[in-house]
Design a protein around this ligand. Structure first.
Ligand code: PLP
Length: 315
């Protein structure tokens, strides 16, 4: 089957009227991957590239009604969850997904545990975190926390976790995977890494594979489509995938791009991974494709708005 609906992808997330994050970023990402995008809206935000001004939650039973209308009609091959906003909405979403699971009809779920916007606005109320962990995570194929979200998810009343390096990301991913029984992609956009760190991690752990993306050509020159290589900072960005079934990790490494076009990066990545799963890729390949899509989205973005603008989704 090659039609778009054969690759139906659903996002369950919040709306960003300025078009760079949330539902809007997800639908653009699905379309760019040739997927048919469906969207269930959990919350409306009033925001633009300079920040979030307000949030208006959709009534939980109306979120459920939207979910049922989509599932009753559209062949959904992969699901992505983003901003679930509060405990009741998160629990209602989990309830419907659980019903699908019980009926043997649950497509792979990628959960982006969106907590706070880059500008510091709450996108998940504190009481929703427990629901996310106890009710949503058990239904997921992959969770995609960034550094602060990983630290929050591993925090206990007696201990705090700090992630400063690729080595810390590995330890955190293994621990979080144990705690949640799901595959974990710890995103390293907030972590400073180098090529040396890649060598160190593979020497220390035989179960870690490195996938270098767009790093060097055959002459060991840093490559980057759409940018003058001289503009590039040789610092690298790493994301680390840990899969509990194989007890192995993959580190995806690529050049860091200095850019203000980063609004909705996490939304875009998780939607791109869901697109890959809808296309039938393995988790490892879906993450590779998603990471590269996000990377080029930042690399080729034209500035939009007065603040942190969106990625380019059409490439
Ligand atoms: N707004 C919505 C609706 C989102 O879902 C998200 C992230 O998932 C954001 C904003 C955050 O965007 P930013 O990349 O600016 O932190």
């Amino acid at each position: 089957m090659t039609t778009a609906e054969a690759r139906g992808a659903l996002t369950i997330a919040g709306s960003d009227p300025s078009g760079g994050a949330g539902i809007q970023a997800d639908l653009k990402t699905f379309a760019a991957h040739g997927c048919y995008g469906a969207s269930v809206i959990t919350s409306l935000t009033a925001q633009n590239t300079t920040g979030v001004q307000g949030v208006h939650a959709v009534p939980p039973d109306f979120v459920v009604q939207q979910l049922r209308m989509v599932f009753d009609d559209i062949d959904i091959k992969a699901i992505k969850t983003g901003m679930l906003y509060d405990a009741v909405i998160a629990a209602e979403v989990a309830k419907v997904l659980k019903e699908r699971q019980a009926a043997g009809k649950l497509a792979p779920v990628v959960c982006d545990p969106v907590c706070v916007s880059t500008s510091g606005h709450t996108l998940l109320k504190p009481d929703a975190l427990d629901v996310l962990v106890s009710q949503v995570f058990p239904l997921t194929t992959l969770i995609t926390p960034n550094k602060p979200e990983t630290e929050l998810l591993l925090k206990t009343p007696n201990s705090e976790v700090k992630i400063e390096s690729l080595a810390d990301m590995y330890t955190a991913a293994v621990e979080l995977s144990k705690k949640t029984s799901t595959a974990v992609l710890v995103k390293g956009g907030h972590v400073v890494s180098s090529l040396k760190n890649l060598e160190e991690i593979t020497q220390k752990h035989s179960n870690v594979e490195v996938v270098k993306q767009n790093l060097y050509d055959e002459n060991m020159e840093i490559l980057l489509v759409g940018r003058d290589p001289k503009e590039l900072n040789p610092e690298i960005v790493v994301d680390l995938l840990y899969q509990p079934d194989t007890q192995s990790a993959v580190v995806y490494a690529r050049p860091r791009i200095e850019s203000t076009s980063t609004h909705g990066t996490g939304c875009t990545l998780s939607a791109a991974i869901a697109s890959g799963l809808a296309q039938g890729l393995s988790l490892k390949d879906a993450v590779a494709q998603g990471a590269l899509y996000t990377h080029f989205g930042i690399a080729t973005a034209q500035p939009i708005g007065k603040g942190y603008g969106p990625l380019n989704h059409l490439h």
